[in-house]
Design a protein around this ligand. Structure first.
Ligand code: AMP
Ligand code: MG
Length: 427
């Protein structure tokens, strides 16, 4: 459809001058801290659900977990070998082997001072014995075992209760349940865990040009990829996405859909926060009573990112260009989801790497460039990828990190150390 400019002028919902005008530009670190401070301030007890240990991966624990008995529950051998009285073993010593103890065997009898007993990894060390000599350091002939070395008291034995005492708290509320934490819960018999409910995060894209991903877009329309990336990012961050579709660049439609989004624990919008005439997100939020904590961040891509609170809920207005949306989500929304989940905000996954080729960027803003980091032995090397700017999803799809170019840097020589912001979903 051809554009009738004159008619469009008359229909324009808001004159440019009416736009919300305060500019609160922060560095990305300040902006992130602002989010953590504001969302953290409101952190209260979360709704709790009982979840099987099999299904609790990534959830945040809402209870203490205590041991049911000492760990290990008995003096445990960590090697296959022979249990001995350490003081009786020197190079060349021969001791009579009086039997064997397998993992799981009941062990009641003490070991006589001048004897040894064959023992397997994970088996209980008998009373009296205070060392296990690895089988590799012995020679066996019939019932007799000859030792090559001196034994040291305590060697290859983990004493009863040395990992944890009975009744000791081993997992705390606020801990995120990864595989080791789940194994620990399983070890002590905590098969059901009280966890914080995942926060629900509403996702609303905006823009007259945006169509559903299964629709055929017109020549000048684009598919709603942001709702897909945001939904994935919300999930990775540990929350449940509530996808609300797309709002047109009209105050009324935006207002209705924002209202719906504010029923969830947080609302994330994409698009409509730049300086364009139809960028109405801030204006509409403002009219709905929002308070803003920043509405610009000194980064590229992602500068127009907005964070505020509306009707008691954190609201993020992320710029609509897909790479901007993705970067600003990771920087600002992910820590809010951590806090809403009952955990502390996880630090940004920043690592140091050597720059593979010289860089020349405009100074003034911190740049997040799609890049690939490769590890050569212990040292990491990072190479920026060719890209066409913040709309270039293909560049980011081949990247495993963002190369962070500090605002004050213009030229960075090959070989210099730089900071790399890992894409946790692919590295
Ligand atoms: P905006 O921030 O609203 O000015 O949007 C900037 C650009 O981002 C638009 O011109 C689109 O090309 C792109 N964009 C906006 N919304 C979406 C979306 N939901 N999915 C993919 N691209 C988008
Ligand atoms: Mg737009």
């Amino acid at each position: 459809m051809a554009v009738d400019f004159e008619r469009q002028q008359k229909k324009c919902p808001l004159a440019q001058s009416e736009r919300y005008e305060t500019s609160l530009m922060l560095t990305y670190e300040q902006a992130r801290n602002k989010v953590i401070e504001q969302v953290g301030r409101k952190r209260g007890p979360r709704d709790v659900v009982g979840v099987s240990v099999w299904d609790a991966l990534g959830l945040v624990l809402a209870q203490e977990v205590k041991t049911d008995r000492p760990y290990p529950p008995f003096d445990r051998s960590t090697r296959d070998g022979f249990a001995v009285w350490a003081k009786k073993v020197a190079p060349g010593t021969k001791l009579k082997c009086v039997g064997e103890i397998k993992a799981g065997d009941t062990v009641r009898e003490a070991l006589a001072e001048g004897a040894c007993v064959q023992i397997m990894t994970g088996a209980a060390v008998p009373a009296g014995a205070d060392a296990v000599v690895m089988i590799e350091h012995t020679h066996r002939e019939g019932d007799w075992v000859q030792f090559e070395r001196t034994a040291r008291a305590g060697q290859n034995i983990v004493p009863r209760g040395s990992e944890a005492a009975a009744g000791q708290t081993i997992l705390m509320p606020g801990m995120r349940l990864g595989y080791a934490e789940l194994a620990l819960a399983a070890q002590v018999g905590a098969a059901q865990l009280q966890c914080a409910k995942r926060p629900r995060v509403a996702i609303l894209s905006t823009g007259d040009e945006v169509v559903l991903i299964d629709e055929a877009p017109g020549e000048f329309q684009i598919r709603n990829s942001n709702s897909v990336s945001l939904s994935a990012q919300v999930r990775i961050a540990g929350a449940e996405p509530v996808v609300l579709g797309n709002a047109a660049d009209r105050a009324e439609d935006l207002g209705e859909k924002i209202e719906r989004g504010l029923r969830e624990d947080a609302l994330v919008l994409s698009g409509g926060v730049s300086m364009g005439k139809y960028d109405l997100v801030e204006k509409v939020l403002k009219a709905m009573g929002a308070e803003f904590f920043f509405d610009a961040v000194a980064i590229r891509p992602g500068k127009p990112a907005v964070f505020g609170e509306c009707q008691g809920k954190p609201v993020f207005g992320l710029p609509g260009n897909p790479v901007s949306t993705m970067v600003t989500f990771e920087l600002f929304v992910a820590p809010a989801i951590d806090l809403l989940s009952g955990a502390d905000a996880r630090p940004l996954p920043l690592v140091e790497a050597r720059l593979a080729e010289a860089l020349n960027e405009r100074p003034g803003l911190t740049h997040f460039l799609p890049a690939r980091v490769e590890w050569r032995g212990a040292s990491a090397e990072v190479k920026p990828l060719k890209w066409q700017g913040s709309g270039d999803i293909a560049a980011l799809a081949g990247a495993n990190c963002f190369l962070v170019v500090p605002a004050e840097r213009e030229k960075i020589a090959a070989g210099e150390k730089v900071s790399v912001f890992l894409r946790k979903d692919v590295v």
